[in-house]
Design a protein. Structure first.
Length: 308
């Protein structure tokens, strides 16, 4: 009979344990033709300024001796994710009950996020009053079968990652993600005055990370594009996971006035060419039809379950 214990997640001691488990389970899922959570997904969110960290103590591991066999965590306040080791499916219901009873609802919303093949977890969720509400689509490039071939437009150049200006990069991400809603970058550049700060909003590109750099980040592979004046106008971040042959692209952004010029496609092509030579198998994208348009060839889905 198995002896299973649980452990609450502690950010300063358990980040490597979470990473190693996700790497191992991602490989297992690929071998079985199932979807899974990309290893950088949790750490990218955890070390980003837009994620609320107040409830990380609710994330939980299930362990047999020192081997992790299950992990439940949130990526934002409403989306709960599950990772379960094959042959431990008997824990599925316990994990669902824990997520149902312990994680909070925000504005009446709590989503259970499942990957392809997580049949036992989906069945347990349905048993406890959750049903499929919708599917979230994302595009992936299978680098063993498809290719990208977009050149950098004239008048732009790639920035050497070793010479990255962090303030310039923050300004680029702010203009791309936040300026339309929150105003000019300069308003938020000095964050010492936090009276206008709303912890439930996304502020990408100003506060940076709670760890610098995140333990498994690979900033040396980031792609930054600048214009002739040297202003950063497009950014494609990269987490390279050689154990999985996974090039996890996050984030991708272009300053609005430079969109529709082919910069993002050129940045992703640069990622493709680099990691194809390094033995890369998958290059992640996102849910926008842009990825399909430029040649991403695989559609993946998350099954989103909500309380009936």
């Amino acid at each position: 009979m198995r002896t299973i214990r649980t452990k609450q997640f502690q950010v300063l001691t358990d980040i490597n344990m979470a990473w190693d488990f996700l790497v191992e389970m991602y490989n297992a899922a690929l071998c079985e033709g199932k979807g899974s959570i990309e290893p950088p997904f949790f750490e990218y969110a955890l070390t980003s300024s837009w994620m609320n960290k107040d409830y990380l103590h609710l994330c939980r591991f299930w362990l047999e001796e020192d081997k992790v066999v299950g992990f439940v965590f949130y990526e934002n306040l409403t989306d709960i994710y599950f990772v379960l080791r094959p042959s431990y499916e008997e824990l599925a219901e316990e994990m669902i009950i824990y997520a149902k009873d312990v994680f909070y609802e925000w504005d009446g919303e709590k989503n259970f996020m499942f990957s392809k093949g997580q049949k036992e977890l989906m069945e347990a969720a349905e048993k406890h009053g959750y049903q499929l509400a919708y599917k979230e689509k994302t595009y992936v490039l299978d680098m063993t079968k498809a290719a990208l071939n977009y050149e950098l437009p004239e008048g732009f150049h790639f920035v050497n990652p070793e010479e990255t200006d962090p303030v310039q990069l923050s300004r680029c991400t702010w203009k791309s993600f936040n300026e339309w809603e929150l105003g000019p970058f300069e308003k938020w550049e000095d964050t010492s005055d936090s009276r206008d700060w709303n912890p439930h909003k996304s502020y990408t590109g100003v506060l940076g990370c709670v760890m610098a750099p995140p333990p498994h980040s690979t900033y040396q592979y980031n792609i930054i594009i600048a214009n002739e004046e040297g202003e950063y106008v497009c950014y494609a971040g990269m987490w390279w996971v050689p154990e999985n042959g996974l090039a996890y692209m996050e984030p991708l952004c272009t300053i609005p006035e430079y969109q529709h010029k082919g910069l993002a496609a050129a940045a992703l092509t640069e990622h493709y060419r680099r990691f194809k030579k390094m033995g890369g198998k998958l290059l992640t994208g996102g849910g926008s039809e842009f990825y399909k348009k430029i040649g991403y060839d695989v559609e993946e889905y998350s099954w989103v379950y909500q309380k009936v």
